[in-house]
Design a protein around this ligand. Structure first.
Ligand code: DGL
Length: 277
C-alpha cells in the first residue's frame, strides 16, 4: 500500500500548536528528516466529536505515510486523545503493521509521579481532550494514587491562533481558568499544559500561577521519550532518513501558515499546500 522503504518522521497537528512539540523534537534530534503537517483548514479540532477527529486524523496519517513516513507523531492532544488508539488498533494492522503512530499523552503521563509531590495534578486542555477523560484514565492506570482534575480552556487556543496571547485581553481568560482549576482542588501542585498551543501562553500563565505550583509543558518530554523509543526500536530507527531536512505542509494557505509559524518557530519557513481528504 505504501511503497517507500525509508522516510522522514511525520509530525501532525490540527494546526500550528504542534510546532511547539516539533521544535523540541527537531532540536533534540537535528539529524533526522521531518514532515510537519497542519490541518489548518479544519482546525480547531478541540470542539469536534470523536468520529470527526478520528476521521480527520486518519486522513492526515495516511497522507504522511504516502509521503514516505514510517513513524508519525500526533503532536496534538485532541488527536492523541480521540484518534490514536483506534488508528493503532484498527487501521495500522490493515495498512502496514510495521509502521508506527505515537501520541503526546503517554510521554506526559509517564512523568507525573516524579513531578508531583502532593499527587494532585491539574490538566488543562481543549474541550475534546478533557471530555475524552484520556489523561484521567491513563494516569489512573499507571499511578492510581494520583488524583487528577481536568479543566477545558476553550478560549486559550483562539487567543494563540489570533495572536492575542501576549495582549491584555489574554489576562482575563488565563486567570479565570487557573483560578477555576485551583478552586476545584487546592492540593494541586502540578499543572499540565495538555494542549500544544498553551506553551505560547506561558508568560501570562506564570504571572497568575501561585508559588509552589509546577507548570508542565510537554515538548521536551515528548522529544526525550522519542529518543528513548528509537533506542528501544532500532527496526523503526533504521527506516528514518537523516539529512537534517524538513518540509512543512498545510491544508490551508501556505502564506498564512508561514507567517503564523514564524511566531512558533522564530524563523521563516517554506510551506506547501496539500489536500488530505
Ligand atoms: N493542538 C490541539 C491540542 O493539542 C489544540 C488545537 C485544536 O483545538 O485544534 O489539543
Amino acid at each position: 500500500m505504501f511503497t517507500k522503504a525509508t522516510g522522514p518522521i511525520g509530525v501532525f497537528d490540527s494546526g500550528y500548536g504542534g510546532l511547539t512539540i516539533f521544535d523540541k523534537i527537531r532540536k533534540t534530534m537535528p539529524d533526522y528528516d521531518y514532515i510537519y503537517l497542519g490541518d489548518n483548514a479544519r482546525a480547531p479540532y478541540g470542539p469536534r466529536s470523536f468520529e470527526v477527529v478520528y476521521r480527520f486524523t486518519r486522513q492526515a496519517v495516511m497522507k504522511l505515510f504516502n509521503e514516505g513516513c514510517h513513524l508519525v507523531i500526533l503532536a496534538c492532544n485532541t488527536a492523541s486523545a480521540k484518534a490514536l488508539r483506534t488508528i493503532q488498533q484498527k487501521d495500522l494492522p490493515l495498512w502496514d503493521p510495521e509502521r508506527r503512530v505515537l501520541g503526546v499523552i503517554r510521554p506526559t503521563v509517564e512523568m507525573m509521579d516524579q513531578i508531583s509531590h502532593s499527587k494532585h495534578i491539574g490538566i488543562l486542555g481543549t474541550p475534546g481532550t478533557i471530555s475524552s477523560n484520556s489523561y484521567t484514565i491513563e494516569i489512573g492506570k499507571m499511578f492510581p494514587h494520583i488524583k487528577v482534575t481536568g479543566l477545558a480552556c476553550p478560549m486559550w487556543v483562539p487567543l494563540v491562533e489570533y495572536n492575542e496571547f501576549d495582549s491584555p485581553g489574554a489576562d482575563y481568560f488565563v486567570k479565570k481558568y487557573l483560578d477555576q482549576i485551583l478552586a476545584a482542588d487546592s492540593a494541586i501542585d502540578t499543572i499540565v499544559l495538555g494542549c500544544t498551543h498553551y506553551p505560547l501562553l506561558i508568560k501570562k500563565i506564570k504571572t497568575y500561577l501561585p508559588e509552589g505550583i509546577t507548570l508542565f509543558s510537554q515538548g521536551e518530554h515528548v522529544a526525550e521519550s522519542l529518543v528513548d523509543y528509537l533506542k528501544r526500536h532500532p527496526e523503526i530507527d533504521d527506516r528514518l532518513t537523516r539529512r537534517g531536512q524538513c518540509r512543512f505542509l498545510t491544508t490551508e494557505s501556505a502564506e498564512k501558515f508561514s507567517s503564523a509559524a514564524s511566531i512558533f518557530l522564530n524563523q521563516p519557513i517554506k510551506v506547501e499546500e496539500v489536500a488530505i481528504d
